[in-house]
Design a protein around this ligand. Sequence first.
Ligand code: TYD
Ligand code: MG
Length: 463
Amino acid sequence: MSKSKARTAYVCGECGAEYSKWQGQCGECGVWNTLSQVVLEPAAATSAGAGQAAGRRAGWAGKVDPPKVTALKDVGHTAETRVSTGIGELDRVLGGGLVEGAVVLVGGDPGIGKSTLLLQAVASMAAQLPALYVTGEESLAQVAGRALRLGLPLDGLQALAETGVESILQHAAKAGPRLIVADSVQTLWTESLTAAPGSVSQVRESAARLVRYAKETGTAVFLVGHVTKEGGIAGPRVLEHMVDAVLYFEGESGSRFRVLRAFKNRFGAVNELGVFAMGDKGLKEVPNPSAIFLSGSARQPGSCVMVTREGTRPLLVEVQALVDSSPLSNPRRVAVGLEQNRLAMLLAVLHRHGGVGVGDQDVFVNVVGGIRVQETAADLPVLLAVLSSLRDQPLADKTVAFGEVGLSGEIRPVPNGEERLREAATHGFLRAIVPKANAPRSGSFKGLDVIAVERLAQALEHA
Ligand code: TYD
Ligand code: MG
């Protein structure tokens, strides 16, 4: 390999934007001190890479056809083949199973259960397609020990303790697995770069090698990354645009429930949720997740049940609020599981159009069960919970709510109203406070008394 001077670039660990010069603040996402230098591979290194993939490239490198334009309708396509992972909730988040040749990044805090989930999935899939589990963090004995303890079938599952991408691809080219799990992408490194393992350039280039291998051979690849959605160490957010799907594992520390969310998916719906419970036998699916996001306590002041719809499934979730007189001149607004700025905005609407002021109160809002609610249907339930806490009066028993609150105090409809009402009715709720446009004309729905509201003031009256 000729050692031509390597080109370098600066990449933002937050959003992946690329710059030719270093700067203190990323111009794309505005975050400070996230740029780090990456070495762009010298062109010669590409064909010197190891494994079958590189072999193929070198093979046709001699007679390079000029790229030609093709009518898209003439391009033959193959229907994507999906393989069940054997875990229903994981299949759901992937959009109905794992697509052949897809590269899926599974991110999440350390210790949340990424390795456990993937080991369970890969063990169950290994019966149908040969799989290779590459571990860079744990020893083979540790992985085997865990598999044994979880009682997993291990037929057809190969394991490899290795962190060098070239050597991983060499093994893969020999063994020919149809599925590779790389746990974790932070430990991978490639010989073609001199940067330290774990650095952004190594993580990026190593992942790119695996992606290329996956696309060339049709092998499905799971990449495990220690990342929170907010970014975090070694900036694997830079991987997001390289891969086909990004799944994040979320959950409150201390809670045994884990939520897997599709953050990006080229083969399915985004924001699709899979719910698991961590137990002594690994991760178990929670097939009826509505029940677990309700605190189960008798009705309390400051609590409101909402019907959210994340991905393609409606979910009952409890929103709790605590409103308390503040000793601070600048009272606090704290939102857990919801967007902070949206809470501030909603409180302003509550004051202006609902006539309820909380300017001298601290307001805390929490979504039960460690789930993050990202849709605007949470607006109305949040305000009902705030009002209930402020007045120290619980909402009527068995009441649910959903609806977006506009800046002029109007209650706007949200998608799939009927489906949400059905979920509430199924779980024995008796009253629903919903946007007028989401309400059935008859005023009731399968035993659910539906209260249609157009303005915030109206909704507060009913509460
Ligand atoms: P792990 O999958 O190693 O997390 P990650 O790969 O995301 O870092 O999960 C580790 C945690 O899960 C650890 O705190 C122990 C817990 N755990 C159980 O509670 N039960 C189990 O059966 C297993 C395998 C792990
Ligand atoms: Mg792990």
